[in-house]
Design a protein around this ligand. Structure first.
Ligand SMILES: Cc1ncc(COP(=O)(O)O)c(C=O)c1O
Length: 448
């Protein structure tokens, strides 16, 4: 009988043997890039694979290993790699120029597509990352309300800027009271000032969140929340929690920001349409750029008007590549391909995958679960029902690492947290193949 650690060691060895060219590239990369890349979120032990090409539902690495891509660049590539409509639009734009020092008509069309789909977004502005999307939405809320503090959830990820780099992955030893979580730095280098202005509430606990918001009401500019939490495993919020946030922020004159950087994927009008709850501001990213760097923020006219240079602006907003025509072209082509039927198709494939995974896990009596909604899913490595950050405490990290590397060895790519998503390019056979592969990894981990 092998112990879990030994089984993981064997998986790591298999991985190293299958990826010698990536190992070599990683050694070279580490000389000029810390860890060998520019993005910690896609780094893993012992080294990441380096990708040579993506096509449709698959990615091929520098060793020639082809894997079914259930990451889609962290939920971005909703049409799969190199979708013909997107490639055609980008190539056409290459012929017309890569970026301009003045707006183009493309940006208007792109903005119109977003405002039509998401009625709460009366006006929108484009940026180059989801991080900038949430940053500007928060800045707008501060200017609009004249208040300084913001509220976010424990375990909520809203990008890499200071205000929100608080209690995303806090140590369970330091988190404090369940009903009044401590605000904690996520890593070194974050300014101490944010601990005075960012307030943390438990996800999905309406009563606790409302009490904290009421106690700080006069100082709070915005509540920012993911209606579907990426860090908690693509977990849809309890609708009653979102409704409570909507009601209390309306009553207290606080701006409610939905971070839909991931959750815009759950329907053509995003998760706000799915839940039937309307925020004041929305931060966006990922799918709206068709695979090129993107972010956006938008919402109520009276808030977005703060950015209008003709009447101020009260909030300055610049960015050399904001609304650049290449991303606009890819974004327009993607949004036009994403009809409500397409969202429905990938959503039901996601439901099918989750059902099959749940049945496998229960047959094997593995200490695992499955979370997700529509085209988004995640494996969980605990039997506990996931409702908030603290429910992740009992997760079996060794099994999670084994599953992640094991699936790469089997030819399937998930995010390092074992979250995934369905793109339009994923077939039913690939869904079934994935579930079988999870079964084989479980067997190697001792759950035969
Ligand atoms: C919910 C959420 N908000 C914001 C961001 C930040 O987006 P970006 O990585 O484009 O800066 C992410 C990125 O994964 C995200 O998942």
């Amino acid at each position: 009988m092998t112990t879990a650690t030994t089984a993981l060691d064997q998986e790591i060895q298999r991985y190293a043997e299958a990826n010698p060219a990536s190992a070599k590239l990683n050694e070279r990369a580490k000389k000029s890039l810390p860890g060998g890349d520019s993005r910690n979120s896609i780094w893993w032990k012992p080294f990441p694979v380096y990708i040579a090409r993506g096509q449709g539902s698959t990615m091929t690495d520098v060793d020639g290993n082809e894997r079914v891509d259930f990451i889609s660049n962290m939920t971005t590539l909703i049409l799969g790699h190199r979708h013909p409509a997107v490639i055609e639009a980008v190539e056409a734009q290459v012929d017309r120029g890569l970026s301009y020092p003045a707006p183009s008509e493309l940006v208007i069309e792109w903005a119109e597509l977003i405002c039509e789909r998401i009625p709460s977004v009366e006006k929108v502005r484009f940026v180059n990352s989801g991080t900038e999307g949430t940053l500007n939405a928060i800045r707008a809320a501060r200017a609009f309300t004249g208040r300084q503090k913001i509220v976010k959830s424990e375990g909520g990820y809203h990008g890499a800027h200071e205000d929100v780099a608080v209690s995303v992955n806090p140590s369970f030893d330091d988190v404090g009271d369940e009903l009044e979580p401590n605000a904690l730095h996520d890593y070194e280098g974050i300014s101490d000032r944010v601990l005075d202005t960012t307030i943390v509430v438990p996800y999905n606990n309406s009563e606790a969140a409302e009490a904290i918001i009421r106690a700080n009401a006069d100082d709070i500019a915005a509540v920012i929340i993911e209606p579907v939490s990426g860090r908690l495993g693509m977990l849809p919020a309890n609708p009653e929690f979102l409704q409570t946030l909507r009601d209390v922020t309306t009553e207290l004159g606080i701006v409610l920001i939905f971070d839909e950087v991931i959750s815009l994927r759950v329907s053509s009008g995003g998760s706000q349409q799915y839940f039937g709850i309307t925020p004041d501001m929305t931060a966006m990213g990922k799918i709206i750029g068709g695979g090129l760097p993107v972010g956006a923020f938008g919402g109520k006219n009276e808030i977005m008007e703060l950015f209008d240079p003709a009447t101020g602006p009260r909030v300055k907003h610049a960015g050399t590549f904001n609304g650049n025509p290449m991303t606009a072209a890819a974004g327009i082509a993607t949004l036009k391909s994403l009809t409500p039927e397409v969202f429905q198709q990938i959503g039901s494939k996601g439901e099918d995958l989750r059902t099959k995974l749940r049945s496998l896990i229960s047959d094997r009596e593995a200490p695992m679960g499955v979370t997700g909604v529509e085209s988004l899913f995640s494996l969980q490595f605990t039997n506990e029902q996931i409702v908030d950050y603290r429910s992740l405490k009992s997760a079996d990290k060794t099994l999670a690492d084994h599953m992640y590397l094991g699936l790469l060895n089997e030819g399937y790519a998930l995010s390092p947290q074992c979250a995934g998503n369905i793109s339009v390019a994923i077939t039913d056979d690939q869904v079934d193949g994935f579930v079988d592969a999870v079964g084989r990894v479980l067997e190697r981990a001792g759950y035969g």
